[in-house]
Design a protein around this ligand. Structure first.
Ligand code: C2E
Ligand code: MG
Ligand code: MG
Length: 763
């Protein structure tokens, strides 16, 4: 989502830069083009002005010359001095290099004297004559020098233009003509100086009357026969129309002002941009035009710099944006990685476990399983060796887990020392086997900086079919199974729905128990312990809880829950106080001693100063009538055997007896007997139950009784329910009995009653 919005932003940014860049480029190219056009126009303008002025100057000087000479020549001629005329012409030809021939004509246009620069020239050709005649005819009606169209003088191999001026007497009558032939090509032509602008630029001088060309100045070759024929009228009109359009002035104005006017033209050579200027005196158009392609070439020559800059900038921006996009994508990928991985072990984290779970669910439906892995004593590594070592162990652990997982399986770290593995395996046996294998792998020794660590590992396994569809269901179920595994010292356990029920009940019990402890709702009942004659020797205090919501909850259950939930301290204290209060009550009424047995829970016993506190509380009781006994179960010692010896010793010395409850069911009964000062053994009910049916049970019971005798300990048979059991026990030498056969647990009032009157049914 975020990545696409970044991409969109970058795309927008690029678009904006692209649009601005393109606008800049377009503007740059346009002004470049305008600059070229305007620059060229400026140059054309000055060029055409120069050429126009030069042309006019040339004709003006010719005219002045002809006018001045004409009068003198006419005088010579009238006086019959033809030779003088010849001499003048020769001098003129000598000094005026652009004129190749002069002629003096009479009023009927017949030649009087003709003088050519080159003697070999045979000047009189029908064409020359025709040209000369038409020019002079025009000059007859005009006060100024008339210039004719260009013609070619083959014998000289040159292009010439005729100029003619009529001579008049004082009355204005034409008396004769002086004409000159001006060379317009080759050496000494009077246009020779005119340079063209660039390769395709053409400068032309055209006669307005017949559109015949007089001059073509260009860097190109002069087109074949160019001077021989007038330019096309169509082209001429096109040019005029364009000049009118561009300037907004009509042709008459254009002609009259004599200023240069721009025009555009389409010719066989391509599109032309030109400028025209009209000379009213000699009826001449001076034109300059350049092929637009040449300007375009100029334009492209400079435009590529703009385009190059544009492309460089655009590619740089594009590259930059790509780089930003890539860096951002990488950064986001890192973030996504970080968001989905545990930085310490590099394993996927809880977040990924959720995603993996969804994928598994999508792919396998209910046919997969989750393993919840809990390291048993990892906290000890952290506490004992510091977090650095702890982290190193976790990294090794993560690597082992990762290595263990198959391709289709997914692992994740979901807590400090908690991991999950999702697997498509569903077969219960294979699942448990795989869980055990994993537990073995993870429980193998870890070595960090030459220090070895051995961690236990418990694994709970749950399948959606048993646990429920959501990940939470699976995790909770696997957690339940994991606790069950831990409790029963298995390394892996598959969740079964009954476990879940118990788990939920336990949660409920825990909540209610908290309230019950606060309210003092737990009360005590007492089960008598009797001698073979049924006389009460003592009682065992048993806790009872009748919850308004849950009903009666057995002590085995709520004591165990109190132990795991941390409630046992307060509950134990409450029970102790109740028992002491009841004991005080009883003590006052008795004359003979009564054993007063209390059950002490595992955790209670491990509380600091437990022994001291009990001794202190018990000191308030009259020991001549109440003999306190603490019943502790054997598996208590299995947990923290060593640390108990001193507490037990202290209690014993203070006159408080210690009984081993449920004797025979634990693992280290005999070792405990050796090391601890035990006063009483309570044969576990399970042996009593089997007494009648199994000889082996009886043998065991006999052994326990023998131990008791040998060690000087009292032996109590628990859970005696039948007469036959009682008889067997008696035969074997048991002297104290507890069980339903004699009495179940009773209230304080019933107990007081029983103590005074004896147990019902016995006297
Ligand atoms: P326990 O200390 O071994 O107590 C004897 C249990 O056997 C009692 O069960 C008693 O009611 C039962 N019992 C006695 N005679 C017979 C019999 O003939 N037949 C049968 N079926 N049962 C018999 P209860 O009261 O349910 O207590 C269960 C266990 O809960 C006790 O086992 C003891 O470990 C624990 N417990 C009970 N009260 C307390 C307490 O105040 N504090 C602690 N820490 N644990 C207690
Ligand atoms: Mg007991
Ligand atoms: Mg017992």
């Amino acid at each position: 989502m975020a990545v696409t919005s970044l991409k969109r932003n970058l795309e927008w940014l690029f678009l904006v830069i692209f649009v601005i860049g393109s606008a800049w480029l377009a503007w740059g190219l346009y002004s470049q083009w305008r600059g070229i056009i305007e620059g060229h126009q400026l140059r054309q303008n000055s060029q055409i002005t120069t050429i126009g002025n030069a042309t006019r100057a040339v004709f003006n000087s010719q005219e002045t010359l002809l006018t001045l000479l004409g009068g003198q020549l006419m005088v010579h001629w009238r006086m019959g001095q033809v030779d003088a005329v010849q001499t003048v012409f020769e001098n003129m030809l000598e000094h005026n290099r652009t004129t190749v021939g002069y002629a003096l004509l009479d009023e009927d246009l017949d030649p009087v004297v003709v003088r050519w620069r080159d003697d070999r020239v045979q000047p009189v050709t029908p064409r020359d004559r025709a040209a000369e005649r038409s020019v002079c005819e025009t000059a007859r009606d005009s006060g100024i020098m008339v210039v004719g169209g260009a013609f070619r003088l083959e014998s000289m191999d040159r292009w010439l233009i005729p100029a003619c001026k009529a001579m008049r007497d004082t009355g204005g009558e034409v008396t004769g003509f002086v004409s000159a032939a001006l060379a317009i090509d080759g050496p000494d032509s009077f246009f020779a100086e005119q340079a063209a602008l660039g390769q395709s630029n053409v400068v032309q001088v055209i006669r307005g009357a017949d559109l015949s060309s007089m001059l073509w100045a260009t860097a190109l070759e002069l087109p074949e026969g160019y001077l021989a024929q007038p330019i096309s009228r169509r082209i001429y009109e096109q040019a005029i129309a364009s000049a009118e359009r561009l300037s907004g002035a009509p042709i008459d104005t254009i002609r009259a002002t004599g200023r240069p006017y721009p025009y555009r033209l389409e010719t066989a050579l391509g599109p032309q941009v030109g400028m025209a200027m009209y000379d009213d005196r000699y009826d001449l158009w001076v034109l300059t035009q350049t092929n637009r392609r040449e300007l375009l070439a100029d334009f492209f020559l400079s435009a590529w710099i703009y385009v190059a800059i544009y492309l460089v900038v655009l590619t740089s921006v594009l590259a930059l944006l790509f780089a930003i996009g890539r860096a951002e994508r990488r950064r986001r990928a890192d973030l996504v990685y970080q968001a989905h991985h545990d930085m310490l072990t590099g394993l996927p984290n809880r977040q990924s476990a959720i995603a993996d779970f969804e994928r598994m669910r999508h792919r396998y439906g209910d046919e997969f399983a989750l393993m919840f892995i809990d390291m048993d004593n990892f906290k000890a590594v952290n506490d004992g060796f510091g977090h650095m070592q702890g982290d190193a162990v976790l990294r090794l652990l993560g690597a082992r887990l990762n290595e263990f997982a198959r391709e289709e399986e997914r692992v994740a770290r979901v807590g400090g020392d908690e991991f999950v593995l999702l697997t498509p395996e569903t077969d219960p046996e294979r699942l448990v086997a795989r869980g055990c294998k994993l537990a073995d792998r993870l429980a193998a020794r870890y070595v960090v900086d030459d220090v070895g660590f051995e961690l236990g590992c418990s694994i709970g396994i749950a399948r959606p079919g048993d646990a429920g569809p959501s990940l939470n269901d699976l995790l909770r179920a696997a957690d339940v199974a994991m606790y069950s595994a831990k409790r029963d010292q298995h390394s892996a356990r598959l969740y079964e729905p009954t476990m879940g029920r118990v788990y939920l009940e336990n949660i409920q019990i825990e909540q209610r128990l908290r309230k019950a402890v606060d309210d003092g709702a737990i009360h005590m009942v007492y089960q008598p312990q009797v001698d073979p004659e049924g006389r009460i020797l003592g009682v065992e205090a048993l806790a009872r809880w009748d919850d308004p919501e849950l009903g009666e909850v057995g002590p085995s259950r709520f004591i165990a829950i109190a132990e795991t939930s941390g409630l046992i301290g307060r509950l134990g204290d409450h029970i102790l106080e109740c028992c002491l209060a009841d004991a005080r009550r009883i003590a006052n009424q008795r004359t003979t001693p009564l054993r007063w047995s209390l059950n002490i829970s595992v955790r209670q016993f491990l509380q600091p100063d437990f022994a001291e506190r009990v001794i202190e509380r018990m000191s308030e009781i009259d020991r001549s009538t109440i003999e306190p006994v603490l019943e502790i179960t054997e598996n208590l010692f299995a947990e923290d055997y060593g640390s108990l010896a001193s507490g037990v010793g202290k209690l014993h010395r203070a006159g408080i007896r210690i009984a081993l409850d449920d004797f025979g069911t634990g693992f280290s009964s005999l070792a405990m007997l050796r090391d601890l000062t035990i006063d009483e053994l309570k044969i576990d009910k399970s042996f009593i139950d089997d007494l009648e049916a199994h000889e082996s049970a009886r043998k065991l019971v006999q052994s326990i009784l023998a131990i008791g005798r040998n060690q000087g300990m009292r032996v109590v048979a628990e859970g005696v329910e039948t007469r036959r059991q009682f008889e067997i026990l008696r035969e074997d030498g048991c002297e104290v009995f507890q069980g339903f056969l004699f009495s179940s647990a009773m209230t304080m009032e019933s107990l007081i009653d029983a103590l005074t009157r004896g147990l019902p049914g016995r006297d």
